[in-house]
Design a protein around this ligand. Structure first.
Ligand SMILES: Cc1ncc(COP(=O)(O)O)c(C=O)c1O
Length: 422
């Protein structure tokens, strides 16, 4: 294809059309015609019931476990399947350069979604990889310190332990209050843990156990004044609520696109602030390793390109509904759920209430019941999937409120829990 034609082909295929979802770079996929409602201003319950229909869960399943893994909307599944078929029809052509422009279009879309430059985005595989990349990059010395609160996910704790603690770097693990009242309560914990040897704060954006949002912006401001870098495990946040990475101000942010962004499995987003990129060393080296740009961090040779392009379709899906609308809906579902349980003595919420401190993940204890029994009963008797959380004395089910959850689903869940509670 000639360059000018090629460029307009790419533009045509990857530019979203208002009111529709752009699905694929290939003919024969008509689902964009069936979803113009997605771009409407409607935000009634009927609208969200229709959004739910864009996902294909097993019959009867009520999926409140998006925090473990998301589901691709039909449009994203179709687009990714077509990308896969195209690759299998012309394997070497597409793997080795045929989709170079399309890949850059995806990078640009992701960058725009998070309000940063595309030169600050690498397209990696998962959050765990990003945490390994960060933790392995630093040439820290014996006695240097990295702060990780007690609630960090193993995907952050293990890389810091293996790549740094084992050579004598100290991992400082302050205890965070599980139900803080203000952001300042959390910032104080980090501030107190800092010493003259602190080099990096590694923190998650949303804690996976009880959905608490950590104040990345405030911690970054405080840490940067002291010359400390901030690395963020953002597995749970992108797609749940609006994120402006520039405003958050952290140095590194690694995110799972296969959760709340509903991208295909095994594709993720890694952000490194331009000024902080020089700290990072690729986990893998291959042809092109001398590339000075952020692309050197995603230099895998053969890789999951159909899924990577599917990420572009997932961002289109997200944008067509609108990121503000999605964010608002997450908070609306949270308020609806909390309101239904707040006066019932059989339930105890284990997630802080303030919107600055929690959003689409809420953890709920059924008082006097073992959480595993509650989970099993929900699964076996009601076809409800939730994640049981046993650490830190939570004994609660983690309820994920993604946009395919409707208020009727929440009613059904709470009815089931009331029966289980007796
Ligand atoms: C806070 C947090 N960090 C990291 C991960 C791991 O994500 P991934 O499987 O994308 O590496 C998860 C997954 O649930 C998580 O909740």
């Amino acid at each position: 294809m000639k360059n000018t034609h090629r460029r307009s082909f790419v533009k045509q295929l990857f530019t979203g059309i208002a009111g529709t979802v752009l699905l694929s770079s290939h003919k024969g996929i008509e689902t964009k015609e069936s979803t113009p409602f997605l771009g409407s201003n409607d935000s009634s319950e009927a609208f969200w019931e229709n959004v739910k229909k864009q996902f294909k869960f097993a019959p009867k399943l009520r999926y409140f476990n998006n925090g473990s893994l998301g589901s691709c909307p039909i449009s994203v599944q179709n687009a990714t399947n077509t990308f896969r078929a195209t690759l299998d029809a012309h394997p070497s052509k597409y793997m080795w350069g045929g989709w170079r422009d399309e890949k850059e279009v995806v990078r640009e879309k992701v960058a725009k979604l998070f309000s940063v430059s595309k030169e600050e985005i690498a397209l990696t595989h998962n959050t765990t990889e990003g945490m390994n990349l960060i933790a392995k990059s630093f040439d820290l010395k014996k006695g240097d310190e990295v702060i990780l609160i007690d609630h960090e996910h193993p995907s952050a704790v293990i890389p810091w332990t293996v790549w740094q603690e084992e050579k004598g770097v100290k991992l400082v693990r302050p205890v965070i209050p599980i139900m803080p009242k203000t952001i300042a309560d959390i910032v104080k914990v980090y501030e107190k843990a800092i010493t003259s040897r602190t080099k990096i704060i590694s923190m998650c954006h949303v804690i996976n156990t009880n959905g608490m949002i950590l104040p990345v912006k405030e911690v970054s401001e405080m840490a940067h004044k002291r010359g400390i870098l901030v690395a963020v495990d953002g597995a749970q946040a992108p797609g749940m609520f609006n994120i402006n990475l520039k405003e958050l101000g952290c140095d590194f942010y690694t995110a799972s696109a296969h959760k709340w962004l509903f991208a295909p499995k095994g594709i993720s987003v890694f952000y490194a602030k331009e000024a902080s990129q020089h700290h990072l060393k690729p986990l893998m080296v291959a042809n092109g390793y001398r590339d000075a740009s952020i692309r050197r961090l995603e230099n895998y040779n053969t890789r999951n390109l159909p899924e990577l392009l599917g990420l572009g379709s997932a961002v289109d899906f997200h944008n067509t509904i609108g990121k503000d609308k999605i964010s608002k809906r997450s908070y609306e579902l949270k308020a609806y759920l909390r309101d239904k349980v707040k006066d019932n003595q059989q339930f105890r919420l284990k997630t802080p209430e303030l919107d600055e401190l929690s959003c689409g993940i809420q953890t709920l204890e059924v008082v006097g019941k073992n959480v595993r029994d509650v989970r099993n009963s929900l699964r076996d008797d009601y076809h409800i999937d939730v994640r049981p959380m046993t650490t830190y004395g939570l004994n609660g089910i983690r309820i994920s409120l993604a946009i395919f959850i409707t208020k009727k689903d929440i009613d059904y869940l709470i009815d089931a829990l009331e029966t289980i509670a007796g």
